[in-house]
Design a protein around this ligand. Structure first.
Ligand code: MG
Ligand code: MG
Length: 276
């Protein structure tokens, strides 16, 4: 069941989104060679609680931490650990959620620790461009898979594996609500996008196969072939005036998305299939 939010509820979700945005800004400052993912988690939890908010993930189905920290071939749901120490050239994916007055915000970033090959930087930036291409479609009159197709169109020309087993989702009083938001598929299908719908859009692009497997900790999802993966996510509300990116950080546009030049990674849409 898809739950539409009132304008007042969206305002509360915007407050949750701002906590998540601030968390990412603070944690990003701490990402450097030599820091453990557990230390990043401590910084994140302190930041969330300083705002009077509650971490979304901690305790969610038994997950033990505020952040999911997934390094290199880990795609999502990695568990922070004192034993995982970042090194120059690592790709760290940080996923975080926060609850404010009962409503969740959810956002993920991919940072390169130090420097990396151009092919890795391209993967990261093109995944981010896929996210923003999807967010731009989150407007009234569109259908759900307009988001999906826009995201996928940013991966196909480059041969990236687009993860299918894990997708975006509705969000509100629950971290995961209907509908699923796939990062693949033909445009023009699924529910109509209407004001009050709030979605987490979260593409995961891999340098190799799209296939995944789960490690023995029953949480960490990795690429089946061990290739690198990138993941970006924002929570977006569909408003009468277009998308409102509730988790936008200070260097990103939040709302309204009317100036394409301000959108990270913006470029004319490319679709290898010529379908759009
Ligand atoms: Mg997330
Ligand atoms: Mg999510």
């Amino acid at each position: 069941m898809i739950v539409r939010k009132s304008p007042a509820e969206v305002e509360v979700m915007a407050r949750a989104g701002r906590v998540v945005a601030r968390l990412h800004e603070v944690v990003a400052e701490a990402v450097r060679p030599g820091i453990s993912t557990l230390r990043l988690d401590e910084i994140a939890e302190r930041e969330v609680r300083n705002h009077g908010a509650v971490p979304s993930f901690k305790g969610y189905r038994g997950f033990p931490a505020t952040l999911c920290t997934s390094v290199n071939s880990e795609i999502v749901h990695g568990i922070p650990s004192a034993d995982v120490v970042l090194r120059d050239g690592d790709l760290i994916k940080i996923d975080a959620g926060a609850i404010v007055d009962g409503y969740h915000g959810d956002s993920a970033v991919t940072w390169i620790v130090g420097d990396a090959d151009p092919s890795v930087r391209d993967l990261v930036e093109r995944t981010r461009a896929g996210l923003w291409a999807g967010l731009c479609e989150a407007r009234p009159g569109n259908r759900l898979t307009d988001i999906s197709a826009a995201v996928e169109a940013r991966a196909l020309p480059h041969g990236y594996g687009v993860v299918r087993e894990y997708v975006g989702h509705g969000i509100g009083r629950a971290l995961h609500e209907d509908p699923h938001v796939p990062n693949y598929g033909r445009a023009g299908r699924g529910p109509k996008l209407v004001p009050g719908l709030v979605l987490a859009v979260e593409p995961m692009f891999n340098l190799g196969t799209a296939e995944t497997r789960v490690l023995d900790d029953d949480w960490t999802v990795v690429t089946a072939d061990g290739a690198l993966s990138a993941h970006w996510e924002h929570t977006v509300a569909i408003t009468p005036d277009g998308p409102w990116v509730l988790t936008a950080r200070c260097d990103e546009p939040a709302w309204p998305l009317r100036e394409p030049s301000r959108i990270p990674g913006h470029a004319p849409p490319v679709d290898a299939r010529g379908a759009r």
